[in-house]
Design a protein around this ligand. Sequence first.
Ligand code: XMP
Length: 321
Amino acid sequence: MKIVEIPARKLDAKAFIREKVQEISDRVGDGTAITALSGGVDSAVVTKLGHMALGNRLKTYFINNGLMRKDEPQTVVRLFRRAGIRVEVLEAQKAFFDALKGLRDPEAKREAITQTFYKKIFGQLVKSSGARFLLQGTILTDVEETVAGVKRQHNVLAQLGIDPQEAFGYRILEPVLQLRKDGVRKLAKALDLPVSVYKRMPFPGPALAARVIGEVTPERVELVRVATAIVESELRNVKAFQYMAILHEDQFAGMRDGKRDFGRQIEVRCWSSVDARTAKPVWLPRRELQRLAGRLTREVPGVVSVTYNIAAKPPSTLEAV
Ligand code: XMP
């Protein structure tokens, strides 16, 4: 079925909210549903809509997959507590790292994360909670990129011919499927979500695994986590759609303390975009680039090389994996 886009400028946020709250309410009936926050704005909006429709018949989880940014679980729980929504943190690091073990191919890594989320983690949650529905924040750009074969967004199923009821034993509701990122932000504002939620930059479902080239191990994720915290703190005042650090796997000759140090490379990306369909690099001031290079080589163990991506999307994509 073709999804009819609602462009942000045509979105009547209040009417859309009313309609979606009613829809969720009608579909779930007197049952229960679950939702998982990822730290991004899409899942935040969907959680709020679900909460308005179902109250405490919606169980909200933060799946700690071991691939999240520094302090992410605590930050998300705190932000939502302020909005009156209780979030339960589910520790699932081992399941994800076991599934990712030995995988290097980008699509294979994405597929492993999808299977772990939907089959293993949500499968168990649905069984233990008795919920028959999962609410999730898939947006139109996710679907288009997956269907076009650009990359498999971890939250796209039905559009790939996967029936979640058959495959995993529950139904998936996607209230913001007709929107893009700018529309979701407009909705977040209308929903009175804290500014820190709706101004948060996008963060991908596969989390930091989308920023590790080659095998995703706890050690390599920790390196990119440290680099991400540095990039996010250095660039927080830059006007950009999204910025990130990527860990490469090639080794580079470098020197430290007068000796050869065969080390690592971090790539920095900082994007200007409206809806993630196309994007251009932000031309960061030289001083900013110098500060990033200094901190990344000093503070991320073994890093001897820092690059800045100057290609646009297309042909690049925002995330490296
Ligand atoms: P790309 O890398 O495809 O990213 O140019 C476009 C936007 O989507 C985010 N992204 C994802 N979001 N699940 C998501 O929910 C995913 O699997 C996923 N992969 C990429 C990315 O961060 C960017 O904002």
